[in-house]
Design a protein around this ligand. Structure first.
Ligand code: DCM
Ligand code: MG
Ligand code: MG
Length: 262
């Protein structure tokens, strides 16, 4: 009974320490770069990236969503003006059976298709992609603080690179939990869930189901997950952007998921 409470308190302390040394952007974020990574496994397996997808969407697009009339409520249309970068990366490490099964990726596919490893060109592609976006720029990933950001940091660190200068990052899973807690959004849904004694679920697919009453297509492909993330972001874009303006932190303050052994 005590352990989880203590762990929670330690997490809170870690968060406070982190916020003490990091700063949120001094002006509103102008570009949200939605990101998803597929990799060889979960954090304990020291995964390597196999696929990276970035969709850059402007604040303007998210503040001026168009809707398709639909019953019982209108559905936001996917933004039309979006820059996209999807890259296959030879992870040079065996996939765990689970990771291979959910992503549909195998090590053979990368060698058959002569795909290159994570190298300096990936950083150059990302940098060129970012230079074309209106700053401040914020990377957005679902569970990003626990998975995508530390993993990207680990891969960059392994190449001796410090990170992504001037880029912020924010985690939609954290944001959606925080907003639910503040009762800013979805109060009706929380009320209904509590009535049924159900625990709120915040996974990408659960969040999509919450809004669209169907499971998202192309789960566990980097591009499919980015599209799903944007679809759920659009459902409470104003609140999420507001939360990120004050809670985004510099990507470079991310701690690598693991240290390179070599
Ligand atoms: N992953 C895994 N096992 C799971 C879920 C995820 O090994 N049950 C790993 C492989 C995925 C990566 O995490 O490529 C990213 O997960 P997601 O597809 O949810 O973005
Ligand atoms: Mg993901
Ligand atoms: Mg994914």
């Amino acid at each position: 009974f005590w352990a989880p409470q203590l762990k929670g308190d330690v997490d809170k302390l870690e968060c406070l320490k982190m916020y003490a040394v990091s700063e949120s952007p001094s002006r509103p974020i102008e570009t949200f770069v939605f990101m998803d990574l597929e990799a060889t496994g979960l954090p304990p397996s020291r995964p390597k990236i196999a696929e990276m997808c970035l969709f850059a969407v402007t604040r303007h697009a998210l503040e001026n969503l168009q809707y398709r009339n639909s019953h019982p409520k209108p559905i936001p249309l996917f933004p039309r003006v979006v820059d996209k970068l999807c890259v296959c990366i030879n992870p040079d490490k065996p996939f765990t059976p689970m990771a291979s099964s959910i992503t549909g990726l195998t090590n053979e596919m990368f060698s058959w298709n002569k795909k290159q490893k994570f190298n300096l060109d990936i950083l150059h592609m990302m940098t060129a992609f970012f230079i074309r976006q209106h700053p401040p720029i914020c990377l957005v990933a679902h569970n990003g603080c626990s998975y995508d950001f530390p993993l990207l940091k680990a891969e960059l660190s392994a190449l001796g690179l410090s990170g992504l200068d001037g880029i912020y990052c924010a985690d939609t899973l954290k944001a959606m939990k925080a907003l639910d807690k503040e009762n800013i959004q979805l109060s009706q849904f929380i009320y209904e869930s509590k009535q049924c004694g159900k625990k709120m679920k915040y996974g990408l697919q659960d969040m999509y189901f919450r809004f669209y009453k169907a499971y998202p297509p192309n789960s566990h492909s980097a591009e499919g997950d980015v599209i799903t993330l944007i679809n759920i972001f659009q459902q409470s874009a104003t609140d999420l952007m507001w939360w990120m303006d004050s809670n985004a932190r510099p990507f470079n303050t991310t701690r690598a998921m693991y240290q390179d052994k070599s």
